[in-house]
Ligand binder design. Sequence first.
Ligand code: GDD
Ligand code: MG
Length: 358
Amino acid sequence: KLTPVILCGGSGTRLWPLSREHYPKQFLSLQDDGQSMLQNTAVRLHGVHPSIAQTSPVLVCNADHRFLAAQQLQEQGIADAKLVLEPTGRNTAPALTLAALAAEADAVLLAMPADHVMTRPEQLHRAVEAAWPLASEGAMVTFGIVADRPETGYGYIQKGAADSHGAFAIESFAEKPSLEVAEQYLRSGQYLWNSGLFMVRADQWLKAMAALQPAMLQACEQAMAQSSRDMDFIRPHGELFGACPADSIDYAVMEKLPVRPELGVPARVVPLDAGWSDLGAWDALWDVLPRDGQGNAGTGETLAIDTRNSLLFSESRLIAAVGLDNVVVVETADAVLVADKSRTQDVKKVVAQLKAQN
Ligand code: GDD
Ligand code: MG
């Protein structure tokens, strides 16, 4: 059976001041559709062909967000999810390992970040159907996006030989390359972006972890063996999980699998053309929101005069903009962000500085 695994532990600092420590971005509705990014993720697999049976999801998040996560799932009619609560985040490789240990051993896991947008979910359904036989047979399947700029925040997947399912072998995987290298990859035409979704049988993931990250696997196994349960919450042992090394799926496993064929977990990539976007920073939100003739996007009460290509995001008060170009303004009750749209990656520096002052 297919078990959706929702990775929901990120902090989303680049979307400050909307995204806050106690209410990070995946729990927010940024697209004006009344649904949070988590809620959109939780129903995204509705429409996968019914021959692929699905279990209720496993959600992995920070313990502080348990009620938020449970309530948002319930609002979507999902009452039987397993919620695995991390006392502190150890990045995505341990998070997926906890999920694999909480799921059935032969479940095919589909790890999904909770903070992505897909405007054409039916394309995801086709990709999942193409990946299903591969993952069922033991492969680690990634989903690749056609790259259109030398983005340095993503993983790059080098395509190898095509197979009959429309998938490709993975020649190599490079997480977050330098700009120079990313430009080279883009020019070569051989690379896809890693979408951050992964499909792998639980036992195969644990096998890969045993070979590549034995300390991480051991910490997760011990933490789960000593876990406690209340309601739908599964709490891995705090100290034992705290001792787990932190690393992402991409660095800890994906970069290594293509060069370790003897492990018996072949790496594959299925192309994905689903209007995918990682809503990492404000410029990405501007990208996916509807825009007026001047290229302005926004929500709430706004007034724009001679203003172009800007994002005006108002929560409680009117934003009036005059003569702006390529600017982001985000208004909340207690903080206002004004930033050049090309610099929105650096909003995390604001958060870091505020933290240092407190
Ligand atoms: N439960 C849990 N615990 N979830 C986590 C943790 C953690 O410690 N850390 C991150 N996550 C969640 C985030 O909320 C997000 O939904 C997802 O895992 C991915 O983490 P990011 O931190 O956003 O990763 P990234 O964007 O830098 O890189 C990944 O995604 C890119 C595409 O968006 C990589 O997989 C890249 O290769 C990929 O291109
Ligand atoms: Mg991300």
